[in-house]
Design a protein around this ligand. Sequence first.
Ligand code: C2E
Ligand code: MG
Ligand code: MG
Length: 695
Amino acid sequence: MERERDMRLIRPMLRRFCADKKRLPLKISLIYALFGVLWIFLSDSLLEFVFTDPHWHYRGQTLKGWIFVLVSAGLLFGVIEHYRRALFRTEESLDELVQGVSAATGEAFFSLLTQSLCQALKADYAFIGELTGENNSRVRTVAVYSPEAEVENFEFVLAGTPCEQVVSRGLVSLPADVGAHFPADSLATKLGVTSYVGIPLFDAEGRVIGPMVVLSRRPLEDQNLAVKMLKVFSLRAAAELQRARSEKTIEYMAFYDPLTGLANKRLFLDRLEHALPQARRAQRFPAVLFLDLDRFRNVNDTLGHAAGDQLLKEVGRRLQLTLRKDDTVARLGGDEFLILLPNIRQAEDAAQVAEKIIAALRLPFDIHGFELHLAASIGIAIFPFDGETTDGLLKNADTALNRAKELGRNNFQFYLAEMNESSLSRLGLESQLRKALERGELRLHFQPQYEVAGTMLVGLEALLRWEHPERGMVSPAEFIPLAEETGLIVPMGEWVLRQACAQNRAWQLAGFAPLRVAVNISARQFHQYDLVRLVRNVLAETGLDPQWLELEITESLIMQDSQGAVQKLSQLRELGVQIAIDDFGTGYSSLSYLKKFPIQTLKIDRSFVKDLSRNRDDAAIVDAVIALAHSLGMDVVAEGVETVDQLHLLHGKKCNRVQGFFFHPPLPGEAVTLLLEKLSTARDEGESSLLCSAL
Ligand code: C2E
Ligand code: MG
Ligand code: MG
């Protein structure tokens, strides 16, 4: 028993002694010398004991010499051969490893390397990993090998593992007791790992991008060889890992939008192309939704591109949350998005999704501390009815989108055959509109505004008209949105402002009582960087006193960027011009919010005035608006007054000014001159007003 225990202690010592190839020649010499000394002592004592006869003793001595030579030669051969074979084996496996590995690239390289490392070092596991996650706190393996079983790639948290030390300090070599050193490393504990060698892999800039590791459940036969092999292959492994990462990035950039992380057009088309034949087989009707954000440009123009980018990211996130996993959301560029719904059974499903999207985007966005309101227009094309090819579907969804925009935005439209024609006419309209300004086809009409109590003409609203050579008078409702979109509104708006101020000044110079002229300013114009300078210059050029100019802006325009709007409006106010909010009640603003803005006039939208006498709700809204506006020191103008009933009601509600077809439609300049002449003669003749009869 005791002997057995001794052997159990001695055997590993012996094995370690033999395995350690340090000072190999000295060891062989020592073994040889020890064997020689033992032989001399033992053989001499034996000879003396066995042979007493001197003749036989002499013979025995000779034989002993021969036996020593033969046995020691045999032993020497055995020892040297053992080491030679071991050396040869290592060389051979290294050679194989280098040859095999150097021919491979990418994934093949990683799996071959891990496999060869395991085989050459007789290790149980080898893996190559890359750092991922926030602050590189995790490792994801790109290749794992175990000779015993097939192991899938896995991911683990770096903290508390020997790999953490590899990443932070460099090479780690632990011949034994890995579990005891790293009790928190559950994976190592689970696998029963004893030996560990790990080396960091660096990218070209010297940053650690991952570890390369060899693990074993028994102590590695040759820990030093493991360290050397990892050192030899770490450079190549790092280069391959970096290459794989760059390839991934390039692939990502080729198929994804870097800003939002959504698919790009290429990936979208790819998915659409795959979806079409599948849909045919499965009797599905994939839908393509083309989405455009309304008024997004204003955000970029006013809050800057960083805010714009943030908003786009948010929109992308909301779209993804609204849609299902098998739907694809792609960003086409700018504020345009494409959505593929591959599993639609009927058109109504697509409509439902579009509605859901519009509702999701209608909720305010909190961007850099600003509450922004967005709206979206969506065009829908359904396979195979609206197109049988990817190109056809995209084109028709785009056409449907344009129709949605024409219909006042914030809505969705299906593609219909006749839409193609209307979009062609739109294209024609755009190029004609560009020429309208140069050809002098724009006209300015003026709609008179009366004071409701005094029944006196107090102002004129300048309204743009386009005298088209073939189509006659074109309504601004038709071309202002197009002018906004194309940017033509800027030179057009400048023309209107100059024309309105010049005309007003001309009437004053002609001796008529001074009136205030109101000019509509659209979003694009308002956000124009030099609007204040333009107004100042036009006033100076025309000689009009600023108090006779009123600028009408819409509430949604100021709500988009309230901070910027307050600043710009204050600068305009400093010039001395009046500011009015047009179409009040159609946007999202609250009256209390308006306190912040330097506004003198609120124009109640026509839609509230229309049913004033029949609709109690509208009457209540008008009451509230008037009361609140007055409490904020603002005047109220009612638009679209068409009947005497409406006028009476507004009079009773203490509305300040009125305007509408009941008095006059928008009139050409000459007609206004005639009206002014008529009014001034009436005044001279003592008639209090032309309107007395009406009230
Ligand atoms: P708005 O500023 O609200 O102008 C009032 C619109 O209501 C005008 O339409 C006017 O003709 C119409 N209107 C006035 N009284 C009545 C009425 O009693 N009943 C009805 N049914 N309608 C009435 P218009 O001239 O077609 O202009 C439409 C819109 O186009 C304007 O709405 C304004 O937003 C825009 N617009 C017109 N001229 C310009 C301009 O020079 N610059 C800009 N940026 N926008 C303009
Ligand atoms: Mg107006
Ligand atoms: Mg209006």
